[in-house]
Design a protein around this ligand. Sequence first.
Ligand SMILES: [Ca+2]
Length: 227
Amino acid sequence: MSRYWLAVGALVLLSGSSRSSTFTVTSAADVGRGSLREALVRAAKNPGPDAILFAPSMAGQLIRPVTPLPTLRDAGTEINGDIDGNGAPDVALDGSLLLPSWAASGLRVTGDDCTIRALAISRFPTDQIDALDGPGTKIVGCYINTGLSGTQASFRASEAGIVIGDSDQVGGPNEGDRNVICVGSAIGIWMMGKGALIAGNWIGVPATGQGTFAATREGTGVWIGSG
Ligand SMILES: [Ca+2]
């Protein structure tokens, strides 16, 4: 092979590679500059394992979409709502402004190997996280159907807290991986795939680790659909 062809090969490799970027959410507004919606759109347009983080000013903030949020469809995207680094969510997604007719989930994942870390997600019309079509999704450190407190039940008559498919992971071996899930009236985790892992979560147990959620109706902690 000539030196010329080696150079062409190297150029092709360079142009085919992707650069990971960090998008920082600075606004709790549903749309516009610095919003989570904008960060999701920008991450989707930028191939590669991007990170979506939240500025310190976002601690304790509620993001309330009025239309469904964009799907995480770019492989390797990580959203991290732990601003102060203590492993607990500092930002909440609240779906209470979405009409039931949207049939929307809080976050929907279709890309491979995405991570949703330390977000509080509640009150969306259907599922809070739908990773059924996102193989290898990791969901860790999240509060589902509780809001930021991790102790107060906060849900609509939703389908499921979390829906997972092939090779997805909910929780894990480390304490920081633990999700706190209020089951509400439906299903905590709906598992419908092969090779998924559910470990170390508190399902029906508040973030204090004690007691149960008050005023919740009966539901199913983990429903294994298939796989
Ligand atoms: Ca935190």
